[in-house]
Design a protein around this ligand. Sequence first.
Ligand code: BEZ
Ligand code: FE
Length: 289
Amino acid sequence: MPTRDFNERSITDAVVERFAATPNPRLKRILTSLVRHAHDFVRDVELTQDEWLYAIQFLTRTGHLCDDKRQEFILLSDTLGVSMLVDAINHRQPAGATETTVLGPFYVQNPPVKAMGADITAGLRGTPLHVTGTVKSADGHVLGGATVDVWQSDDDGFYDVQKESDDPSLRARFIVDNDGRFDFWTIAPKFYPIPYDGPVGDMLKATARHPYRPAHIHFMIAQPGYDTLVTHLFDDNDPYLDSDAVFGVKQSLIVHLEDGKGPAPGRPDFASWKRIDHTFGLKPREKKS
Ligand code: BEZ
Ligand code: FE
């Protein structure tokens, strides 16, 4: 193995060799593969010095836009399809288990616990939507006591955490009953743009991509002994279902917002309303050998 005078080819093995003594075998595998792919990429596109510098500045700007409220690196991963690729590799769901999708940046730990049937809109306007659901194991057993966290954007496409006020809206936690059931009142979700005022937005603009996500409600469902399910339900009437900015749409997660018939449960004041009823399946946690 040469130790000097590396050329366009020999430099790759030299760098890989420098990791030879890495004690952690997983770290060694990851770094080796990363270096080989990165070098192949640079050779493939014959990166210029200006392009390399632009990339460094782009990543620097991305880092500067990361704090506890904004995570531009995750947005970059999302828009490059890396988040959904990691999700796919790590959630090979068995039959009966609900498919997963991106968590996104707007989840808040420990949302307000609400009673069954609660209205989570905090008075925000929109089309009234009654969501009912059942939580089961992948093999069909009802999972009483599971926690169901839900969050969504408002009718203008904003999450509560993007607004000035600290008051939570359109987010809640429900504890399902002994039949695995939960229900709540919300408003129909709308499509919205992911944050596009930073480097990720520049990338979308430069590549003629739009920043929109199709209308969805987020769900995070947890029960001891099962993998926590992170998923959405998408509105089947949305124009962006086939061009989600973060590649998160799965056919099995698309639902129809049916017209409510008769008096709205617990809300006789609603003249018209929509409804969704959905069954979620949780994957049993694999025992570590
Ligand atoms: C979201 O659905 O909340 C989301 C997901 C990925 C990037 C931005 C937003
Ligand atoms: Fe979202």
